[in-house]
Design a protein around this ligand. Structure first.
Ligand SMILES: Nc1ncnc2c1ncn2[C@@H]1O[C@H](COP(=O)(O)OP(=O)(O)OP(=O)(O)O)[C@@H](O)[C@H]1O
Ligand SMILES: O=P(O)(O)OC[C@H]1O[C@H](OP(=O)(O)OP(=O)(O)O)[C@H](O)[C@@H]1O
Ligand SMILES: [Mg+2]
Length: 291
């Protein structure tokens, strides 16, 4: 049984984006409705769906060897685990999630200090209490089971500390962000004993490497072109690359092939310049992974 890694997949907001990231990285995870044990096309992996709020606890205990959860919840639970790597993605975007202090639009609150003696509702109680205590602002922090935005609209509390990504929920409820309190990204965490086991560690590191390589490839493309020998210097001078562009000779020709990896957004700027310098047969191709 030693060549089996128990891996926690975050159930909820990060679920679809995580499964999609694994697909790009080479693992097909299939989740059937109502089952908390997704299938995966790797005999060395055993996946379980676990709430990000509880991931740290189960990884710390060794119930599972590794898992992905938002760093916010790993910190909130003060989980004694190895943080293997962070990955920048959220529910719908490739930006960190933000925990923000939120009030109604007509509230007079402009800064955290204005909440002296106020009641704040949040799912992230420990962090919120610490944030206000460190600033010597006495507040009453209440745990919220969710739908937190509704509570400040209803006047059940004076402010909330909520997670936001696109901002659409805050906007839809007519609320206003006072300030950002913290950012959070998903992290791959490992149990300490699993990390000390050479096979498990290697497997966890392989997963980390490939997940990060898939994220790194997003927005990057390969660009390849032919050019006369005497233009190589001028072209490689302006061509962005990860390290240096590759130059190889065309068979029985005075021409060379030049290849580079760059941000897709740079292509529209660089292509007219490449053409002006005499490049021909330019091709752009997408990349699955950048390591
Ligand atoms: N758009 C988002 N909304 C909420 N959480 C997000 C978002 N993007 C990333 N996250 C992260 O997802 C985790 C919260 O997960 P989840 O949504 O499962 O919790 P929840 O809100 O309590 O559950 P539910 O989906 O049942 O409302 C946190 O680590 C948070 O930082
Ligand atoms: O900034 P946005 O892109 O709108 O995303 C943030 C919203 O998404 C989450 O809600 P969720 O769907 O988890 O519902 P909940 O309030 O019941 O937890 C979070 O709690 C916010 O309400
Ligand atoms: Mg939620």
């Amino acid at each position: 049984m030693s060549n089996l890694l128990n891996l926690g997949i975050p159930k909820g907001s990060l679920e679809n984006a995580t499964v999609e990231l694994f697909r790009k990285s080479g693992w097909q995870i299939s989740i059937s409705s109502r089952s908390y044990f997704p299938g995966v096309d790797d005999d060395e992996l055993n996946c379980k769906l676990i709430r990000p709020q509880e991931m740290g606890k189960y990884v710390e205990r060794g119930t599972i060897d590794a898992g992905i959860a938002g760093r916010d919840w790993v910190r909130e639970n003060d989980s004694d685990v190895v943080e293997v790597c962070e990955m920048v993605y959220s529910k719908v975007s490739r930006r960190p999630a933000r925990w923000v202090l939120v009030v109604t639009k007509d509230s007079t609150v402009q800064k955290p200090e204005d909440l002296h003696g106020a009641t704040i509702s949040t799912e992230l109680v420990g962090f919120t209490k610490r944030y206000f205590a460190e600033r010597n602002i006495p507040v009453n922090v209440e745990f919220s089971w969710g739908a937190t935005e509704a509570k400040v609209v209803d006047g059940l509390c004076d402010a909330i500390v909520e997670v936001t990504e696109t901002g659409s929920t805050i906007k839809a409820n007519g609320l206003r962000i006072v300030c950002d309190l913290m950012e959070s990204v998903p992290v791959l965490i490992a149990n300490k004993a699993a990390w000390a086991d050479p096979w498990k560690r290697q497997k966890i590191e392989t997963i980390a490497t490939l997940l990060k390589a898939s994220l790194a490839a997003e927005g990057m493309v390969g660009l390849k072109m032919n050019a006369p020998n005497d233009k190589v210097e001028a072209i490689t001078e302006i061509l962005p690359s990860l390290n240096r562009p590759t130059v190889s000779h065309l068979y029985k020709s005075e021409w060379v092939s030049i290849e580079s990896v760059l941000h897709e957004k740079e292509v529209r700027r660089i292509v007219p310049q490449l053409l002006a310098l005499g490049a021909q047969g330019i091709i752009e191709y997408s990349l699955n992974k950048v390591l």
